[in-house]
Design a protein around this ligand. Structure first.
Ligand code: GTP
Length: 294
């Protein structure tokens, strides 16, 4: 049997359990689990290495009604995240709100690769309820497979993974299994820093922020982290640094506290802010940062 590898994305309304599922599957904290809606704004990869396959999960922001500009921005992000994806898992739950899924499914109707319907939190509902939801949503969107799981207890998760592997294309692994843990750590730290920037300055710096974690060194007692925040304009750099460096200090302190909480260790966080003019339009910069650019 030949090896399979591919990119899988999980979409669904906020709070359906996407992060919980990812953490269960990958066995590490890769995305920020939180009962607050919309905390996972940017895609993070979680990589599952199996003897027969490598599944690369891309977490995406929760789907939204395009009511405000932030919503529109997020939908654009969703569409971008869907490029190059081999399989889409649409996640929902038997909790109130599943009828609204029809509106959200509209946003992914142009996706041509296989879609699965995953009813998470099956522990909260009866079999009949689940059948009702599957019937209702399948009438709107054709799904290659549909199944119920509980990301919390793990029920149905390994069966789901078997089906995922069935639908992945044959191919070599994209990531070397050995380096994966470092990828996670840097991604998690970058995600935490991005989140703090977003909470503090998203009105003034609404786009074009990239965080690169240059070093992550676990030195036993202390973790030493060096990260750079890239922005597109000098005016954005000024805002993130703040008067007398107050804003960058605040962002750094909030991020450091959360990283310390996650790892249970002292953290030394060295944060820099740099302008990389119009970086989103510059293929050489995007490639250097690991984005796939045609
Ligand atoms: N009962 C039950 N609760 C679950 C299950 N999976 C997740 N949850 C809970 O649902 C809540 C939301 O889970 P998250 O994983 O943060 O949801 P998310 O979809 O990633 O949310 P956003 O990041 O806001 O988009 C958390 O309180 C989880 O503990 C499940 O299988 N059963």
């Amino acid at each position: 049997m030949s090896f399979k590898s591919g990119f899988v994305t999980i979409l669904g309304r906020p709070n359906v359990g996407k992060s919980t599922f990812l953490n269960k599957v990958v066995g590490q904290k890769v995305a920020i689990v939180s009962p607050k809606p919309q905390t996972t704004r940017k895609s993070i990869k979680g990589i599952l290495n199996r003897p027969d396959s490598q599944i690369i999960f891309v977490d995406t922001p929760g789907l939204h009604d395009p009511v405000d500009s932030l919503g529109e921005f997020m939908i654009k992000e969703i569409q971008e995240a869907l490029e190059g994806i081999d399989l889409l898992l649409y996640m929902t739950t038997p909790e109130e709100g599943w009828k609204e899924d029809v509106r959200y499914l509209e946003q992914i109707k142009n996706f041509t690769n296989p879609k699965f319907l995953v009813i998470n939190k099956k522990d909260l509902a009866t079999e009949e309820k689940i059948m009702e939801i599957v019937g209702f949503l399948s009438r709107h969107t054709p799904f290659a497979e549909s199944m119920a799981i509980s990301a919390l207890t793990g029920e149905g998760v390994s069966e789901l993974l078997e089906k995922v592997v069935n639908y992945l294309p044959e191919g070599e692994p994209y990531y070397e299994p050995g380096i994966v843990s470092d990828v996670y750590e840097r991604e998690i730290v970058a995600e935490i820093i991005r989140e703090k920037i977003w909470w503090n300055v998203h009105q003034e710096v609404p786009y074009g922020v990239e965080v690169r974690v240059e070093e992550f060194k676990d030195r036993g007692e202390v973790i030493y982290i060096q990260a750079t925040i890239y922005v597109e304009r000098d005016s954005h750099k000024k805002i993130i640094i703040g008067e007398g460096g107050r804003m960058i200090k605040k962002i750094g302190q909030e991020a450091r506290e959360e990283i310390e909480y996650n790892w249970g260790k002292k953290v030394y966080l060295d944060l820099w802010v740099k302008t990389e003019k119009s970086w989103r339009k510059r293929p050489e910069v995007l490639r250097r940062w690991g984005y796939k650019v045609k």
